[in-house]
Design a protein around this ligand. Structure first.
Ligand code: NAD
Length: 300
């Protein structure tokens, strides 16, 4: 069994790290928020006082951080100077492809094995160990990383070379942002047309309108499986992070001349939701803005 440093114990990392401990690894957990480290301890991890302490002598380092600037900082300041020679480094955060490649190439040159391994599935899948992971790196790096990713996942897929995991994740989340908005619009219209929303869910989740946003992450409270909608859109995937991903998709599309009008529209809508104070709410809370009978947070 390996010693794993896990850095970033938020909504996702807080669920993922304990699954590695349950698989028998020694997991040294660190986050800037002390309560998050305490929670990881309850999940079978040991607490590290700093990122540097967590990575010292670790065989594997896994990060689950908000955005590219955090990933760059942690790998540059904490991991590269302190990690054991030849350690396996895995970044599970969602960041832009160029940053993933730049960070990864730098670390590979220093003799580490780096893979980008962003995840899909939300907080419930993070806690249950049923995420989908998409991995960028060489064949050998993928095979080296796979056993450490499997305890957190229902699927671990080699997307391609360095940065390919992030490319797949950005495309996936552009689809997610657009389908969530479309799902919210469908429910808002169904309500105004006098349909019972549970009945509409029963129909659409089995008909051609179904998607993950509909069946697994329904934005209407009390309808479908338990989701952040049932907790006033707290927890889950922050709208600010969805907006970040839609901007990454927009930048990526521009860089290769791809036409992504639905992604662009979703970005504009999430920007509006964040500007109105919804940034820390779960992204499905955008239904409050779309259906004018549900108020946005700053108007409550
Ligand atoms: P989060 O904000 O809940 O967690 C991030 C954690 O990183 C926080 O606890 C923060 O304190 C910690 N952190 C920041 N800088 C740090 C540093 N220098 N050292 C140690 N810890 C540091 O975010 P999240 O929802 O867990 O998402 C993490 C990543 O996963 C993001 O890139 C997000 O886009 C992606 N993602 C999220 C979801 C979801 O449903 N929440 C799903 C798939 C992917």
């Amino acid at each position: 069994m390996a010693t794993i440093a896990f850095i970033g114990l938020g909504h996702m990392g807080g669920g993922m790290a304990p699954n590695l401990a349950k698989a028998g690894h020694e997991v040294r957990a660190f986050d800037l928020v002390p309560e998050a480290v305490e929670k990881a301890k309850e999940g079978g991890c040991s607490a590290a006082a700093s990122a540097a302490e967590a990575v010292k002598d670790a065989d594997v380092v896994i990060t689950m951080l908000p955005a590219a600037q955090h990933v760059r900082k942690v790998f540059h300041d904490d991991v590269a100077p302190n990690a054991k020679k030849g350690a396996l480094l895995i970044d599970c955060s969602t960041i832009d492809v160029a940053s993933a490649r730049e960070v990864g190439e730098g670390l590979n040159k220093l003799g580490f094995d780096f893979v980008d391994a962003p995840v899909s599935g939300g907080i419930a899948a993070a806690a249950a160990g049923t995420l989908a992971l998409m991995v960028g790196g060489t064949d050998a790096q993928f095979e080296r990383a796979r056993p450490f990713l499997e305890p957190m996942a229902k699927a671990v897929i080699h997307a391609g070379q360095l940065g390919a995991g992030q490319a797949a994740k950005i495309c996936n989340n552009m689809i997610l942002g657009a389908t969530m908005v479309a799902t919210c619009e469908g429910f808002a219209l169904a309500k105004k047309l006098g349909l019972d929303l549970q009945t509409f869910f029963d129909i659409s989740s089995k008909a051609s309108g179904q998607s993950w946003s509909m069946t697994s992450y329904c934005p209407v409270p009390g309808v479908g499986p338990e989701t952040p909608a049932d907790h006033d859109y707290e927890g889950g995937f922050a709208a600010a992070l969805m907006l970040k991903d839609l901007k990454l998709a927009d930048d990526a599309a521009r860089s290769v001349g791809a036409y992504t009008p639905m992604g662009g529209e979703a970005e504009e809508l999430f920007q509006r939701f964040v500007d109105r104070g919804g940034g820390s709410k779960d992204f499905s809370g955008i239904i409050k803005m779309i259906d004018d009978s549900w108020k946005v947070p700053d108007e409550e």
